[in-house]
Design a protein around this ligand. Structure first.
Ligand code: CDP
Length: 244
């Protein structure tokens, strides 16, 4: 790789001027797609994501049906134009992995027993990527699932923590992800406005045990801020519908 490594922290600030524990600007809108049962548009920094939920509905092919509960499917997809170097369309190892771990984050919280023989399909499309797309997609998918009225035990809220220039930072952007020492995406199950458990935890790079503990606290504080915005987006949608 010929790209020169930039200094990521200058005078105690990050390249985009953020504090270490500051999220990127976030925008969330629920119910943006007419033909989906639930949907969401979300921006997290320069990431732009669309999530669409279909179901509970009949499962095709039928042999995939489960007579006792709903089958959850989650497809993460990156548009070819979402990244700097055009991405080849279609699934690859990375998108299959992200789809799998994201589905596993939702599996325990969706009340699948309520919808036997049916399927719940979650599609997340990355329109523009700038690091942290798996976490941004989880946040969008959560709002879309609520918008679809799918019964859940709580909501999933996700954010990553990174180590850059020896410093822990919240919600890394592309340069920090590329040139940092570690990247740790977290997803939490939030129930009754409290973090109840970790739904996803991955790690790329190295951190000490102490850094992981501190990173977890930083991620939890960030997640609570995102959670408020997810709630807000859902409230806004239903409030508007009432008025119309
Ligand atoms: O997006 P996330 O951080 O969850 O996953 P990643 O595999 O750590 O990817 C980090 C970033 O690399 C993505 O958000 C994209 O901005 C970029 N990327 C890319 O430019 N081309 C790809 N084929 C895959 C990722």
């Amino acid at each position: 790789m010929s790209e020169e490594r930039p200094q990521l922290i200058v005078d105690g600030k990050r390249l985009d001027g953020r504090d270490f524990d500051e999220l990127r600007p976030i925008k969330i809108e629920a119910g943006v797609l007419r033909r989906a049962d639930g949907s969401c548009y979300l921006e997290m920094g320069r990431n732009k994501i669309i999530a669409a939920v279909y179901g509970p509905r009949e499962v095709h092919p039928r042999h995939l049906q489960d007579p006792s509960r709903a089958v959850i499917r989650y497809r993460y997809n990156m548009a070819p134009f979402s990244v700097e170097e055009r991405k080849r369309p279609g699934p690859d190892r990375r998108s299959i992995e992200i789809s799998k771990v994201s589905r596993e984050a939702f599996e325990p919280i969706i009340m699948k027993e309520l919808f036997p023989r049916s399927g719940i399909d979650v599609f997340v499309e990355v329109l523009q990527a700038d690091a942290g797309t798996r976490t941004a997609c989880l946040n969008a998918a959560s709002v879309a699932l609520v918008d679809a009225g799918v019964a859940m035990k709580g909501i999933i809220t996700a954010v990553a923590v990174a180590k850059v220039d020896g410093q822990l930072v919240l919600d890394p952007m592309k340069e920090e992800d590329n040139f940092g020492e570690a990247d740790v995406p977290f997803a939490f199950l939030i129930r009754n406005s409290r973090i109840e458990s970790i739904a996803l935890l991955q790690m790329d790079g190295r951190m000490t045990v102490d850094e992981v503990k501190k990173g977890l606290q930083m991620a939890k504080r960030g997640a609570m801020q995102i959670y408020e915005m997810q709630r807000d987006a859902i409230m806004r949608k239903y409030h508007t519908e009432e008025v119309e």
